[in-house]
Design a binder for this molecule. Structure first.
Ligand code: DX5
Ligand code: ZN
Length: 220
């Protein structure tokens, strides 16, 4: 369907060399960054705030920014990020019982909206929203930390959703986040994934460009 993509997650990048590392990512041909925002409540960890996003868009204006919001404090957190120049805003299905309202909110800001679902959430729950969103994010680890092991159960979810989308004529990129390396990227691609997020594989396992090139080979 849509074009395959790699969206590096900077969560496990070296924070004190972030600019250099994002430049390496850019020079390796990457068009989109995945930025993990954590609230210490919906997930038991913290990461970044809006000021970092502003610095990245200032220095890398052509880079698409995809915000993965891991918070259930949507009334505070969504406006913080929806008022920045990001391309995609992803929030969790588990984070609110007013999903339609927040989809509308993000959409009205002119930002693409994605719904994310956790590994233990049944994939069927996302079906009622497929006609209202621009992307689906299936978590293949419990959100909160990089470097966790890929959970194979996500494969069945990808296959289910791909079939469902084809039956209804939806063309929505399907993104997988967590435990992605060259082997697991191949598995999810074969199952039908369009976008893979990769954090520690890109930033903690050797030269950034080499790691991206390996993923590119898989995702082409
Ligand atoms: C986890 C984040 C992921 C994480 C991926 O909460 O949503 O984006 O950074 O890291 P790896 O690729 O190391 O699993
Ligand atoms: Zn993420």
């Amino acid at each position: 369907s849509s074009q395959k993509m790699i969206a590096p997650s900077i969560l496990n990048a070296d924070n004190l060399s972030l600019k250099e590392q994002i430049l390496e990512v850019k020079l390796a041909g990457i068009k989109r960054l995945h930025i993990d925002i954590m609230d210490g409540h919906f997930v038991p960890n913290l990461s970044y705030g809006p000021e970092l996003i502003k610095c990245i868009t200032r220095d890398f204006p052509d880079m698409e920014i995809e915000i993965h919001l891991m918070s259930n404090n949507l009334p505070v957190m969504l406006p913080l990020f929806a008022n920045l120049s990001c391309a995609v805003l992803e929030f969790h299905l588990e984070a609110t019982d007013q999903i339609d309202k927040w989809i509308e909110y993000v959409r009205n800001k002119g930002i693409k909206v994605a719904l994310a679902i956790n590994p233990d959430t049944p994939v069927e729950k996302i079906v009622p929203f497929l006609d209202k969103i621009d992307q689906v994010l299936l978590m293949s680890v419990q959100p909160g930390f990089g470097g966790q092991k890929f959970r194979n159960e996500v494969i069945d979810k990808i296959v289910f959703l791909k079939k469902m989308m084809a039956n209804h004529g939806y063309v929505i990129p399907l993104e997988i986040d967590g435990g992605i390396n060259d082997v697991t990227a191949n598995k999810v691609k074969v199952a039908g994934a369009d976008i893979v997020v990769a954090g520690s594989y890109i930033f903690k396992h050797g030269m950034i460009k080499d790691q991206i090139d390996k993923l590119k080979c898989v995702m082409k």
